[in-house]
Design a protein around this ligand. Structure first.
Ligand code: BES
Ligand code: MN
Ligand code: MN
Length: 464
C-alpha cells in the first residue's frame, strides 16, 4: 500500500497548482466589494471536497458568508474527525509593500524556504493550511486508507470574528458531532522543530471615539483653550500601561491564570534565540511586561495594543487645525479564564472614567472570544504527536500561541470536544502582512503528516 510520502511526491505539482488557483480568488471577508469572490471561493472548496472523496458536500447558508460542510461516513462505530478551516483572507493592504500582486500567486525561493514558497494573500492563513486537509483526504480515499469518519467545516468569516459560524454551531450540534476537532491555522517553531499548539489567546476588540469641539477649529485661534481630542486620546492611551508595562485597567488581571514555576521552566526549554528574533525584526531591544520573557509575553500574558489611530489632518503639507474628533482601534489579547465580555466592560468603564470633562468618549465593542488551552494527555494530542514523529522523526514540542481563533472555545462548549491544532506555518510567513507566503516544504509536509493523525487517532480510540 502506498505511503503518504510517495503519494505526495507523485502528485506535488498538481497539489501546488490547485492551491495557486484557489489563492487567485480575493476572498476578503472584511470588504463587501469582494462579496462575489468570497462566495465563489466557497463553491470552489465544495468542488474540491467532492473530488477528494466526500460523499456529500453542502453549501450551508448563514446570515453572513456560507459554510462549506462536507462529510464521509464509513462506519458509524468508528470515530469522527471534524476538520475546521477558513477560506476568507485578510485585506492585502498596504498593497504598495507587496513585491508581487497579492492575488497573483508566485513561487519564490527564500532563505528559510530554499525549495520555494508560494507568495499570495491567504497562502498560509488559511487557504494553504486548510487545503492540506483536502489533499490529505484525497490521499486517504484514493489509496483506500481512510480509517474513520470525517467531516469538514470550512467558513468564510474567520478574519472578521466568525459570527455566522457561532450561529451555525449552536444550531447544528448533531450534524457536527465528532470525537476530535482538527485545525491547521497556527504555526510551528521551525522546520526542524515541530510543535503542536496547545493554547490560543482570547480577544476583545474595541473602537474608541473622542469628541472635543463640535467642529474642526483654527489651531491658532482656539489652540490652548479647548481640548484637542487627538492630544487627549494619546494621553489616555499612554496611561493604559504603567512604567513596567502592566495594563492599568482595574480588575484586568483578576482572572489571569498564573503559570507555575515548573510550567514556565518547561516553556523556556523551547528553542529560541533572542538575538535572531531581534535581527529578524530589525529592532535593538524587545519591549514588554516586566518580569516575563519574550515567549511568555507573547503567549501566556494578556496585552493591550492600539491597532490604528487617526484624526485631524494627515494629507500633504501642513494644515493648522484642531480636529473635532480622534479615533483608535484597540485590541486586548486575553489568556484562559479572562472573560472577553467582562474585559470589554472593564475597558469601557475605565476608559470613560479617565476622560477629561472637556471631551466625550464613545466606545464601540467589535468582536471577541475566549482563550483556549488543550491538555497534552488526550488521545488527540497523542495521535498528533505520533504523526509528527512519523514524518519529522522528532517528538513535537507543545507550544502556546499568542494568536486567536475565538471559535475554538465555542466548539468545546457547544460540541464538547477538544481541538488539536496542527499548524505548519512559520512566524516568518508574514500572515496578515504584505508578502504573505507558505513554504512548499511546509505545505507538502502537512499533507504527508495529516493522514497519520487519522491513523493514530483511530488506533488510540480503540483502546479507550
Ligand atoms: N490563523 C490566525 C490565528 C493564528 C495565527 C493563531 C498564528 C496562532 C498562530 C487567524 O486567522 C487570525 O488571524 N485570527 C485573528 C483573530 C480573528 C478574530 C480576527 C487574530 O489572531 O488576530
Ligand atoms: Mn487563520
Ligand atoms: Mn488570520
Amino acid at each position: 500500500m502506498q505511503n503518504t510520502k510517495s503519494y505526495v511526491q507523485e502528485h506535488k505539482d498538481r497539489f501546488i497548482n490547485e492551491l495557486i488557483e484557489l489563492l487567485k480568488i480575493p476572498s476578503i471577508s472584511a470588504d463587501s466589494t469582494y462579496e462575489k469572490e468570497v462566495v465563489k471561493t466557497a463553491y470552489e472548496i465544495k468542488k474540491s471536497l467532492e473530488k477528494a472523496g466526500c460523499d456529500t458536500v453542502e453549501i450551508c447558508e448563514t446570515p453572513g458568508y456560507p459554510i462549506v460542510f462536507g462529510e464521509k461516513v464509513i462506519d458509524s462505530d468508528l470515530p469522527t474527525v471534524l476538520v475546521y478551516g477558513h477560506y476568507d483572507v485578510q485585506p492585502p493592504d498596504p498593497i504598495d509593500l507587496w513585491d508581487s500582486p497579492p492575488f497573483e500567486p508566485v513561487i519564490k525561493k527564500t532563505e528559510l524556504h530554499p525549495e520555494g514558497a508560494i507568495f499570495a494573500r491567504g497562502a498560509c492563513d488559511d487557504k494553504g493550511q486548510m487545503y492540506m486537509h483536502v489533499k490529505a483526504l484525497e490521499f486517504m480515499t484514493k489509496t483506500d486508507q481512510l480509517p474513520c469518519n470525517v467531516k469538514f467545516m470550512i467558513e468564510g468569516e474567520e478574519e472578521v470574528g466568525s459570527e455566522s459560524l457561532g450561529w451555525f454551531v449552536e444550531k447544528n450540534q448533531e450534524k457536527l458531532a465528532n470525537d476530535v476537532i482538527l485545525i491547521s491555522d497556527t504555526g510551528m517553531i521551525a522546520k526542524d522543530v515541530p510543535s503542536i499548539t496547545t493554547g490560543l489567546r482570547g480577544l476583545s476588540y474595541v473602537e474608541v471615539e473622542v469628541t472635543g469641539p463640535n467642529r474642526d477649529l483654527h489651531s491658532g485661534l482656539y489652540g490652548g483653550a479647548v481640548a484637542n481630542p487627538i492630544n487627549v486620546l494619546a494621553k489616555m492611551i499612554a496611561s493604559l500601561h504603567d512604567q513596567n508595562n502592566y495594563i492599568t485597567i482595574p480588575g484586568f488581571y483578576d482572572n489571569v491564570e498564573e503559570l507555575s514555576k515548573d510550567e514556565r521552566s518547561e516553556m523556556a526549554k523551547a528553542p529560541f534565540s533572542l538575538n535572531e528574533y531581534k535581527k529578524s525584526l530589525n529592532i535593538n531591544a524587545v519591549y514588554g511586561e516586566e518580569g516575563y520573557t519574550t515567549n511568555e509575553r507573547n503567549s501566556i500574558r494578556p496585552t493591550l495594543d492600539v491597532n490604528g489611530i487617526w484624526g485631524g489632518y494627515t494629507g500633504e503639507g501642513a494644515k493648522t487645525v484642531i480636529a473635532s474628533k480622534a479615533y483608535a482601534k484597540i485590541s486586548m489579547r486575553l489568556v484562559p479564564n479572562q472573560d472577553w465580555k467582562e474585559i470589554t466592560e472593564l475597558f469601557k468603564n475605565h476608559f470613560e472614567s479617565i476622560a477629561p470633562e472637556a471631551v466625550t468618549v464613545n466606545i464601540t465593542p467589535h468582536h471577541g472570544g475566549q482563550g483556549y488551552v488543550t491538555p497534552v494527555d488526550s488521545i488527540g494530542y497523542k495521535a498528533a504527536s505520533n504523526a509528527y514523529r512519523d514524518t519529522f522523526g522528532k517528538t513535537p514540542i507543545p507550544q502556546r500561541s499568542g494568536g486567536s481563533i475565538p471559535i475554538v472555545s465555542l466548539f468545546e462548549k457547544e460540541l464538547k470536544s477538544k481541538t488539536i491544532l496542527m499548524g505548519f506555518g512559520l512566524d516568518s510567513d508574514a500572515i496578515h502582512s504584505p508578502n504573505e507566503h507558505f513554504g512548499i516544504w511546509n505545505y507538502l509536509k502537512g499533507i504527508e503528516t495529516i493522514p497519520l493523525f487519522y491513523k493514530h487517532f483511530t488506533e488510540l480510540s480503540k483502546d479507550q
